[in-house]
Write a new protein. Sequence first.
Length: 561
Amino acid sequence: GPSDEPTPVIRLNQIGHYPASEKVAIVMKKAESDAFHVVSKETGNPVFEGNLVKVTSSTVPERETWKADFSSVTAPGMYHIQIDGVGSSHPIMISESPYDGLLSAVLKGFYFQRASTALDSAVAGKWARAAGHPDDQVYVHASAASPTRPAETVIAAPKGWYDAGDYNKYIVNSGISMGTMLSLYEDFPDYFSKSSWDIPESSNALPDLLDEILWNLDWMAEMQDPEDGGVYHKLTTAKFAGMVMPEKATAKRYVVQKSTAAALDFAAVMAQAARVMKDFPVLEKRSKEWQAQAEAAWTWAMANPHQLYEQEKMNEQHDPDITTGAYGDSQLQDEWIWAACELYLNTGEERYLEKLPDASAISFTVPSWSNVAWLGYYSLLRHADKKTSLAPLVTALTGTLEAVGDEWLTQMEGTAFHSVMGKDPKDFVWGSNAVAANQGVALIQLYKLKGQSAHLSAAKANLDYLLGRNATGYCFVTGFGAQSPMHPHHRISEADGVKEPIPGLLVGGPNPGQQDGCNYPSGVFDESYVDHVCSYASNEITINWNAPMAYLIGAMVAMEP
Ligand code: 9MR
């Protein structure tokens, strides 16, 4: 009967926990009793009784929540929480491998974003589709004209991942996505050299993670003008396409203006790719080419340090107007830092270090598409032992990360959902779920450096947040969880005629900016989410949000307790 329906009032990770993990549910409403029970699904018997503890949230004081800590339940199995007068929760899984299916799906999410290819039903199942966007005839936009490539010159730049719910391919946003995915491999090579999740290349000699990265790298490599080393900011149609399948979205595609941000992000990615891939015999030669491309992009950026991508200004000067995503950034210090770190690690050339701040000026910022400094710093820390000349900087980076991690541990206690995400309403930007995931990535970097389990636990708390322990009650990955987005702002999911959205995609999440003007159920910062296709500001999916999610889950699985 209806009384058996789980109550959404009990918020928890809807996917699962390792036996040894901290396990917490947050209850939004309470009856008289403080008691809660964890009940075994198999036997129907209670296995644990605990007390709800009132949470004092500093950010939404008027909202009352209670914490149910059931960490002491460790036996693998299926459970639910039962609270008299409140109801029973969504199912809870405790398992030695709670995230394997989720990880495969989130990584396969990148395969589903592939441009220029048909997806075969043997691999894509009911989400099989025809090929679209061959991108073998892409036009040089007037803003990108050069002596050797005047406007309307035709170039080819096939493959790549679609950025998001739209079909364009943006270098800046591919930058952070690729950096994060390459770091996942670089941090956990033992796990990811063997791990496979059914993509067309699964039976070749390369790890699936690198094959997937190569799909986008092959596109990126074509975005550099071989003549001068400059990199086009994006490959795009003039306007966003309608909500149609890729093969129906056939408007003319352009490469537009070269930008300094694109050149530096490109340089960082190509350098990191060269380093990560060079030891595979089939990639040895291309790794040298990527390194050369990285250096050429750096040289171009040094000669053109202020080529900002300002779309409106560009449209005043050139036709046709380009109105797709801008990824415009006016602060490039962090892009210099990232590219400098990757190139320095590959070459040992001190000139790159001139772009890094003094050790005393290091501060922490959570990575985002417009702020990539710490991608470079993570790489430095990863390889620190090989470069003793970096000692003062490495000490400063480690100390900074430690201070941030410890501050987050304290702040977590004052959040409504027992996660780092929630400590500050300002974290709830467009794509806030990626802020949560990138906080998790930072905590994992810290855990790798210092080995303190509290930092790993805090990373897992943000994963719990993303998988359902949050103010919306949604598990934010399509296809996963008891309450999951069904209507992401994603052209393929909307147009393919399949009821279920493409699985394994992280939606943007709560965003009180509500720039899409859709009808949201709430304006409170962490409730400001709507599962409607209209909502590109809270319910779109992107590669730069999926990448830190893949990293966070991938790290958990690779470091399996
Ligand atoms: O993720 C981007 C977000 O940080 C910006 O505030 C927003 C508006 O400029 O754009 C977002 O990026 C979108 C991009 O421009 C086009 N593809 C979809 C992206 C996610 O909505």
